[in-house]
Design a protein around this ligand. Structure first.
Ligand SMILES: [Fe+2]
Length: 249
């Protein structure tokens, strides 16, 4: 696994084949299909994990978690075991768009460090080849220390088959080339980040109770429940809490 981390840090992305098996892909598509079209209006399905726990089950799969721990974990987070994630989920969406998307970064600011604080986890539910409209990226841009240069049109095409997962460093200049066919397209995109970055949605303020009650500690932590900022210094002064904080939710 260390080799993979090295490769990821060098290239700014990595592809894992068959992250989901055939049944898991089918199950994901079926759940998405069953979510009312009212919720899927437009091209983005927001927060698929509000509809089914399964989408959080796949985010804590060992293969993904053991890859991401050395990349996103805070090594000085005392109250959670070092072999468990202390990184969190920022945003989770389903995308079916095939339109051109300009180069951008998702990390909010660029940097040249070998370390990152955020990744995009793209779980392909349909094959994504260049002609289908796939993620494009600019080689080695993740360490450029610059915001994206949108004049560049020499891309890496991050293709994959359904079930594969593509993980990109959020500092990487990336976008999408235009799909040239009408084949269906669904990709799950989870933004995972170090615990200290503000989440794009505050899942801890609102999360459907009937799903929350079925989640394990790791999944609740992933939603941010162990790193809610204390209301004041009278309440607490440690923002890095352990699983015991989950008893009160
Ligand atoms: Fe992006």
């Amino acid at each position: 696994m260390k080799e993979n981390v090295k490769k990821f840090r060098e290239n700014g992305y990595i592809v894992f084949k068959n992250f989901l098996n055939r049944d898991e892909v089918k199950k994901s598509l079926k759940i998405i299909e069953n979510i009312s079209s009212k919720e899927k209006k437009g091209i983005i399905l927001w927060s698929p994990h509000y509809y089914d726990k399964f989408f959080l089950d796949i985010l804590v799969k060992k293969r993904l978690k053991f890859f991401l721990i050395p990349i996103l974990n805070d090594p000085y987070y005392e109250l959670i075991d070092k072999n468990k994630p202390n990184y969190i989920l920022s945003e989770y969406i389903g995308i079916k768009d095939k339109k051109f998307l300009n180069l951008h970064i998702d990390s909010w600011i660029p940097s040249s460090s070998f370390r990152t604080w955020m990744v995009q986890v793209l779980i392909l539910l349909t094959d994504r080849k260049k002609e289908d409209g796939c993620t494009v990226a600019v080689k080695k841009s993740h360490r450029s220390d610059l915001y994206s240069n949108r004049n560049i049109d020499k891309y890496l095409y991050l293709e994959g088959k359904k079930g594969d997962v593509i993980i990109i460093d959020s500092r990487m200049w990336h976008g999408r080339n235009e799909g040239k066919n009408n084949k269906p397209n669904w990709t799950l995109c989870a933004t995972l980040q170090s615990w200290f970055i503000k989440q794009r949605f505050d899942f801890t303020k609102y999360f459907p109770k009937k799903i929350l009650n079925k989640l394990n500690n790791e999944q609740k932590q992933l939603l941010g429940y162990c790193s809610i900022p204390p209301k004041s210094h009278y309440e607490n002064t440690n923002p890095r809490k352990g699983y015991e904080a989950l008893k009160d939710i």
